[in-house]
Design a protein around this ligand. Structure first.
Ligand code: 5GP
Ligand code: MN
Length: 338
């Protein structure tokens, strides 16, 4: 984002506008935190602002300030399409390929609004007029903080905005431990605490919100964990039957893949989750080394993401997907040496 881009965006925001903010499908803490933080800022400037999410998000995020104002596309297609068509400006946050919005893609593609992309994923598409893309950033929430600094709006960050931004930085950095966490990230977080983000309360709301069933599902996942020593790789599977047995709810499997990565010497961790209704297996890839899971997900499983965290999908059965995965690993034996 150039100085001139910032000047133009400031001018755009000088008059009241209709603004829509869109995060990716299956929104996580960073997607919701960045969207609602920006929502509060723009609303404070007097703009008509709406956050529209492609589908629902986990209950551990349903306390975020502004949560009640969020429109879920899946349940309000007509209203959402009208808002998108009428928008002067559309911010797309925490993704960089329009197909990451699922069913919203056609409406976003045909919208005449000025699009502004803010995101930290690899290999952005070129659909927006203004692009703030930085793959070195811990989170889109950290980028929203820097964006507000560029707009000379850091003093507008109140406790609501600070809390939203804190959530996204906390969740996308695995509570400030992933390698994307820099000293700048910590300085940003320190300022958010000074501005009213209650760090302990937020950690409790997000992480100490488990149902008994969620923990039983975690037990099942850990029971299914397999370690492939030759490849320093571990994977977890969850079948539809297992999800049903523990009354799976959105968000219940979030973070489970990190247990596979926590096995000593494991560099590459994967979780395969069967979604029978959609006839697909959703896959999460993680690494804690130079092994590039973004490339792996793109090449073999129709996905993408970051070097150390990516997602993908397979339309084969759960068993066939795992067989395919295991058959690919020998190609990477050298990359996965300790
Ligand atoms: P998760 O495994 O938690 O779903 O996703 C890990 C990271 O990869 C996130 O940053 C997410 O946005 C990205 N990601 C997940 N699934 C996909 C996908 O299908 N395509 C792309 N390009 N990125 C994905
Ligand atoms: Mn993110």
């Amino acid at each position: 984002m150039t100085k001139n881009d910032i000047l133009e965006i400031k001018q755009l925001l000088n008059a009241p506008r209709n603004i829509v903010i869109v995060p990716h499908k299956n929104p996580d803490g960073d997607a919701m935190g960045s969207s609602l933080a920006l929502y509060h800022y723009l609303k404070g400037l007097g703009h008509q602002t709406k956050v529209i999410v492609p589908n629902d998000y986990p209950s551990f995020l349903k306390w975020l300030p502004g949560d009640r104002t969020v429109l879920i596309y899946e349940g309000s297609v007509d209203m959402a399409n009208t808002a998108i068509a009428d928008a002067d400006i559309i911010f797309t946050l925490d993704f960089n390929a329009l197909n990451r919005t699922g069913a919203m893609e056609p409406a976003l593609k045909s919208a005449s609004a000025v699009k502004i992309l803010i995101d930290h994923h690899q290999q952005p598409e070129n659909y927006a007029k203004y692009i703030y893309s930085d793959v070195s950033m811990s989170s889109t929430c950290e980028m929203i903080y820097h964006f507000l600094v560029m707009l000379d709006a850091v003093l507008s960050i109140d406790a609501k905005i600070a809390s939203c931004l804190y959530v996204g930085i906390m969740t996308d950095t695995g509570s400030f431990r992933f390698s994307s966490t820099t000293s700048t990230t910590h300085r940003v977080v320190a300022d958010l605490i000074d501005k009213g983000a209650k760090n302990t309360v937020i950690h409790n709301k997000v992480y100490d919100n488990n149902s008994h069933n969620r923990l039983k599902l975690l037990g099942c996942a850990l029971n299914n964990l397999k370690v492939l020593k030759d490849y320093n790789t571990a994977y977890i599977t969850l079948s539809q039957e297992e999800l049903n047995a523990f009354k799976f709810k959105k968000g219940d499997t979030e973070g489970v893949v990190n247990y596979a990565l926590s096995v000593k010497d494991v560099q590459f961790a994967v979780i395969f989750i069967e979604h029978k209704i959609e006839s697909l297996v959703k896959i999460s890839f993680r690494s804690n080394s130079a092994f590039d899971v973004n490339q792996f997900a793109r090449k073999h499983f129709n996905g993408g993401g970051h070097i150390n965290a990516a997602g993908g999908r397979s339309e084969m059965s759960l068993n066939d997907t795992i067989e395919k995965f295991i058959s690919i690993l020998p190609q990477y034996k050298n990359d996965l040496k300790s």
